[in-house]
Design a protein around this ligand. Structure first.
Ligand code: G6P
Length: 614
């Protein structure tokens, strides 16, 4: 059985043929999944579909041979959770009366399916979504209007979903509903749209209404009527700042490489948003600092790469600002009923601002009376809208599924936050504050130099190690999360099994894995206060046959080069900002290993950029 879960949806009531616009929108939604894609349009009033397994380009190829005409249509790009992502299971799902695209999970689909099968309805797919199409058809066949049929259908559905519907013979009608997963209305000039996010609609319009859970909407070319079970509701129309410009790869072969190289600029943009030009000090809105000053403990929650950003920040908040911190991954945190301190602040970090586990963890904390602070990249995302306080990373759209610039801008923002807090609470002297702010200000230039100096060398190392089956990464202190992130990056894009460890933990188990076929990446700058300890750990592994890639500074390389098979040497970097800058070589390593192996770097198998399922 196949459940449709996390996906991108779009609907258009257009003036011209909508197929090309739907495909354009789906391109901007592909970050939500790329297992299959499809569109449906009304051709002379009847529902026609085109669907394809795999990435959007397969759908484009099909449409090039058999174009779909019609000015009313819906589209879908899919990330499957169960079963094979075949063409049959691809959306839109349709009968001759109605077509549906759906994002989410219909939890009671089996009961509805059984009931419909008893009335001789034949199901053609393994999806949960197909019950929506048949239920609607069932109500329409009883003579109900599209809106009545839609309302009766939505009333029956349990689970989290957003949907967009078109109806045969209803040229001027789109119906949408949001219950747990995002849906936005776009207002065009004589055209109207629905989509999972405003980014998908950015080339078409910037006038957007974000629906709330429980909202339903009847869209016509000249209006959108939003209502809930209790009647009509008003939702604000916002003018978004999203740019419609298509984000190309420029001179780069992959988005991931382009985004790695954008880091000096976007870290600079993010930093500049926090630097007071008059004083050179890091400045964070006072209400945020005041909330942090009062909290007995900071709770940080995120998923994936964003969680590693929190892990780095824990070292800073505790060591520099002396603020006790708890961190957890959202999928665990949201269910473990952690007691939270009275008057506490919870901080959520998310690139997309839509990750469901992170959002649900946020809602849990809100229900416990906590103040919600978030650091997000996607402006106007759900996490941002549900937070009390927000900081933005200015990474711009990140297209490569493996996060790079989003991560380093998250780490940069967290560094600014920890530093500003430490300065406000007097935990560090004015002199120390100035020194650390200075270190931050140098990051963009150092990042640019580092990329320039190490890229070719890392490319060569990648050629030596791309056939490895397993790899280990290790480091200490605030660089330990960078070892974890390095292993995650490698796994994601090259499919090589990799694990990150705290260097001191290696001897408690993982050292058993060491042999010459398992390359070991050690991140250890000599100016790290724990350098000597990591150096000993390195020697322990070398004496057991490890082949080591050492990432360090000049002094560290000088000291340890006899033990390492490969070295990557960075400039003299202030230890405070090491986690930001040492992220770059590990990103390049993952990228070049993947390219040498020939994997699909920007859209690795089985992954999606924004995960809106639990
Ligand atoms: C997915 C992505 C990761 C990302 C994680 C959290 O798994 O593939 O790159 O770190 O979600 O996403 P968020 O948008 O909340 O930062």
């Amino acid at each position: 059985m196949e459940i449709t879960s996390m996906c991108g949806i779009i609907g258009i009531l257009g003036e011209k043929d909508v197929a090309p616009l739907l495909v354009e929108g789906l391109k901007r939604l592909e970050y939500r999944g790329y297992d299959s894609a499809g569109i449906a349009a009304l051709t002379n009033g009847s529902i026609q579909r085109c669907r394809a397994q795999g990435k959007l380009v397969n759908l484009e190829d099909k449409l090039a041979h058999t174009p779909l005409s019609g000015t009313t249509g819906i589209g879908h790009t899919r990330w499957a959770t169960h079963g094979a992502p075949t063409e049959d299971n691809a959306h839109p799902h349709a009968t001759d009366r109605v077509a549906v695209v759906h994002n989410g999970i219909i939890e009671n689909y089996a009961a509805i399916k059984k009931e419909l099968e008893e009335t001789q309805v034949r199901f053609e797919t393994e999806t949960d979504t197909e019950v929506i199409a048949h239920l609607l058809t069932h109500y329409l066949a009883q003579g109900q209007s599209p809106q009545e049929a839609a309302d009766n259908t939505f009333d029956r559905l349990e689970g989290a979903y957003s949907v967009a519907l078109i109806f045969a013979g209803e040229h001027d009608l789109l119906i949408g509903a949001r219950q747990g997963t995002p849906l936005a209305i776009g207002y065009g000039d004589g055209e109207m749209y629905l989509a999972s996010d405003s980014y998908a609609l950015a080339p078409l319009t910037r006038k957007i209404t974000f629906l709330e859970d429980g909202d339903r909407v009847i869209v016509k070319r000249d209006s959108a009527q939003i209502y809930t079970k209790d009647g009509l509701v008003e939702r604000a129309i916002r003018v978004t700042a999203q740019s419609g410009a298509t984000t190309g790869k420029g001179q780069y072969r992959h988005f991931m490489l382009k985004e790695v190289h954008e880091q000096p600029a976007v870290i600079g943009d993010t930093l500049n948003s926090f630097i007071n030009p008059a004083t050179g000090k890091i400045s964070i809105p006072q209400n945020i600092l005041e909330a942090l000053e009062k909290t007995p403990r900071l709770t940080m929650v995120a998923c994936g790469t964003a969680f590693y950003a929190c892990m780095v920040a824990k070292y800073w908040f505790e060591q520099i600002a002396r603020l006790p911190c708890e961190i957890d991954i959202a999928s665990e945190f949201r269910y473990r009923e952690a007691p939270l301190p009275e008057g506490g602040v919870c901080l959520f970090v998310s690139q997309s601002g839509e990750t469901l586990d992170t959002l649900e963890a946020l809602r849990f904390c809100k229900s416990q009376g906590q103040t919600i602070l978030s650091i997000v990249n996607a402006i106007e995302s759900t996490i941002e809208r549900e937070s009390d306080l927000v900081l933005h990373t200015l990474a711009g759209p990140e297209i490569g599924v493996a996060s790079t610039k989003a991560f380093t801008t998250q780490v940069t923002s967290l560094a600014c936050l920890a530093l500003a807090l430490a300065a406000k609470t007097g935990e560090i002297s004015a002199e120390k504050e100035a020194e650390m702010a200075d270190a931050l200000r140098h990051v963009p230039a150092e990042a640019a130099a580092l990329l320039d100096e190490t890229e070719e060398q890392i490319q060569d190392i990648a050629r030596d190690i791309f056939e490895a089956k397993d790899m280990l990464y290790m480091a200490r202190g605030p660089l330990y999360p960078i070892a974890l992130e390095g292993a995650l990056k490698l796994k994601e894009v090259s499919y090589i099994h990799a694990e990150g460890y705290a260097a001191g933990e290696l001897k408690h188990g993982p050292i058993a894995l060491i042999d010459e076929s398992v390359p070991l990446v050690i991140i250890a700058p000599a100016n790290d206060p724990l350098f000597e300890k990591t150096a000993s750990n390195l020697q322990e592994t070398v004496s057991r046959g490890a082949k080591v890639l050492l990432i360090s500074d000049k002094e560290g390389t000088e000291r340890l080069k006899h033990f390492a098979q490969w070295t990557v040497t960075l400039g003299d970097i202030h230890p405070f900002v090491s986690p930001i800058l040492y992220s770059l070589p590990i990103q390049l390593l993952a990228y070049y290993v993947a390219v040498t192996k020939g994997t699909d770097v920007d859209q690795p198998r089985n992954l999606a950029k924004s995960v809106t399922v639990e």
